[in-house]
Write a protein that binds this ligand. Structure first.
Ligand code: RP5
Length: 155
């Protein structure tokens, strides 16, 4: 993520990866404030054994696109909700990647961060049958919870 201030959003990605038993690395790597670190981090990600990168940033959020420019790994972008423009700036600057360098963009804010973690796990599950079973169990439990209590007046 681009700043420590992004952690309250990005911890939602960590939450679902903890639930699904997937290991991850968390670090502040800023496209603006630490551009050389960002290039080095992204270029060495394959040899370090990373398989998916989640980039969360707000405002003029170049981070996921710049990471994607430096690695062939799948990059998932989370638009952090900014104060000035409520995250629309983050969303558009992450989603509108020019043709040829891909970033998978999630929703603004905490739901996007959670879903980025979930989607990263789903990508990893293609080559991890045990993780695939845990994701299926998570989804089934979520479905059962909704079906068991459809009355909106009940907690
Ligand atoms: C972006 O600027 C970060 O991703 C963060 O969302 C935003 C504000 O950063 P701080 O000023 O709070 O460090 O680079």
């Amino acid at each position: 993520m681009g700043s420590k201030s992004d952690w309250s959003t990005m911890e939602n990605a960590a939450e679902i990866m903890d639930i699904l038993g997937v290991s991850y690395h968390v670090e502040v790597v800023s496209a603006h404030r630490t551009p050389i670190k960002l290039a080095e981090f992204s270029e060495s990600a394959v040899e370090k054994g990373f398989q998916v990168i989640i980039g969360g940033a707000g405002g003029a959020a170049h981070l996921p696109g710049m990471v994607a420019a430096h690695t062939r790994l799948p990059v998932l972008g989370v638009p952090v909700q900014s104060k000035a423009l409520n995250g629309m700036d983050s969303l558009l600057s992450i989603a509108q990647m020019p043709k040829g360098v891909a970033v998978g963009t999630l929703a603004i804010g905490t739901a996007g961060a959670f879903n980025a973690g979930l989607l990263a796990c789903q990508i990893l599950a293609n080559s991890d049958p045990e993780l695939a079973k845990r994701i299926e169990a998570f989804r089934a439990k979520q479905t059962d919870t909704v079906l068991a209590n459809p009355d909106p007046r009940e907690a």
